[in-house]
Design a binder for this molecule. Sequence first.
Ligand SMILES: C[S@@+](CC[C@H](N)C(=O)[O-])C[C@H]1O[C@@H](n2cnc3c(N)ncnc32)[C@H](O)[C@@H]1O
Length: 272
Amino acid sequence: MLDAELLLAHVLKTSRAALRARPERPLTAEQAGQFEPLIDRRAQGEPVAYLLGRAGFMDFELAVNPSVLIPRPETELLVELALETLADSDSPAANQDNIARIADLGTGSGAIAIALARHNPAWRVEAVDISKAALALARRNAQALGVGNIRFRQASWCEGLPPSAFDLIVANPPYVAKGDPALHPDCAFEPETSLFAAEDGLAALRQIITTAKHHLKPQGWLILEHAHNQQIPVTKLLATEGYRQIETHKDHAHHDRLIRARLGRSLTQPLI
Ligand SMILES: C[S@@+](CC[C@H](N)C(=O)[O-])C[C@H]1O[C@@H](n2cnc3c(N)ncnc32)[C@H](O)[C@@H]1O
């Protein structure tokens, strides 16, 4: 019902509230011709956000299309944790005129990068994705929202990023194990490269954890989203790779879904 209302409001170029205020309003033949195929596509499982071409994230809207993952509410929690981390007087950015350098790995629609860049126009954000189509959309989203402090980079994870440069690296990488029966059917419409990773879903997380440490400032932070059953292997990997202050955070359903860790290197130790 909610989906049908959203699609109808979209066709009629009105709000759901206006729709409810005049439910008896008949559709023109042209409007019915637009609405019915959308309902059919929704019935086939196509996500509403793709049908509308937009999705809400934090306090703004993003254009989305099938080249990007539809941003999820858990990822808003990642943004909130990132903002808390950067506001903490103990973080490196807080000591240097609050000009944080941040990298968002696997930016997709640009959701995380844009949310952080909007929060403080003085921060400098690198948004990385391997997908050219995703980056094109992320760039358009940043432009539409008037966000100018993001640099977009087509690369694999940390490839080509400067060493010891970032106060914070964040990532919501693909972490679903191939063949996971719990995957929601609507996900079939999202790009495989945004969902699935080898090694029981851990391959991308592993790659990011092992490389991000070379690109964080001493005392810099890494924040990752992961699947609800990956907290133990991700914690172990972070510890093995020398991160400290490893902290798990739960989503709204009380599942372990976010992890924050800090680079343990002292200022005088060599880089690698
Ligand atoms: C789970 S989606 C996250 C999208 C967005 N950050 C969000 O939270 O909504 C993962 C993203 O990682 C990108 N990706 C997959 N493999 C990559 C790689 N090797 N290097 C960089 N990005 C990659 C995908 O293209 C996809 O956009």
